[in-house]
Design a protein around this ligand. Structure first.
Ligand SMILES: *[C@@H]1O[C@H](CO)[C@@H](O)[C@H](O)[C@H]1NC(C)=O
Ligand SMILES: *[C@@H]1O[C@H](CO)[C@@H](O)[C@H](O)[C@H]1NC(C)=O
Length: 159
């Protein structure tokens, strides 16, 4: 039996900009710059620009890490432009691993939606902070620190 372990992570940068306009939905035809994409004309903005449905389906995890990352970044979700916020869905099959990586410009908040994972990060003093998390639990990964997520079998019955 194949069990997907699914969770969502969101990335929040530490900066927030005061804006003089309500929003700046990305005009993806423009160039992506350090301050984001240019804004779509307000008359072209619709409700759909603020909604993203692409994380609803499980991704294919048949690959070497038995896991997949599905992004909801500004390129997929134009309403995020300039908000210093993004999200992603991680699907981990049995034995699935998201290997050690960092996000230099973003803190990360992880929410487990299904199954169990071992998640952790390594401080600059080489201390590992890790925990097995279950559905509904959250963990935060401070900006710039190496972190990982691994699918774990809590009970043979789960598999
Ligand atoms: C805005 O909408 C107009 C009219 O539909 C269209 O011609 C124009 O290309 C659109 N601009 C952008 C940036 O999407
Ligand atoms: C998942 O990916 C594998 C490897 O690319 C492929 O063989 C398989 O057909 C895919 N499964 C589905 C349901 O698309």
């Amino acid at each position: 039996m194949f069990l997907h372990i699914v969770f969502l992570l969101s990335l929040l940068s530490s900066t927030s900009h005061a804006t003089v306009q309500d929003f700046c939905v990305a005009d993806l035809k423009g160039a992506d710059t350090p301050s984001g994409y240019p804004c779509k004309p307000p008359a072209n903005v619709t409700s759909d620009d603020f909604v993203y449905t692409g994380l609803a389906e499980a991704a294919n995890v048949t690959n070497i890490i038995n896991a997949a990352v599905t992004p909801a970044f500004v390129a997929q979700f134009p309403g995020l432009n300039g908000l210093d916020l993004s999200a992603a869905r991680l699907d981990l099959g049995p034995g699935g691993v998201i290997p050690l990586h960092t996000h230099p410009g973003a803190n990360e908040l992880l929410i487990v939606l299904q199954g169990h994972i071992l998640a952790g990060f390594i401080s600059s003093g080489n201390i590992v902070y890790q925990k097995v998390l279950k559905k509904g639990e959250l963990m935060v990964f401070p900006q710039g620190l190496l972190h990982f997520q691994i699918a774990v079998a809590i009970s043979p019955l789960l598999w």
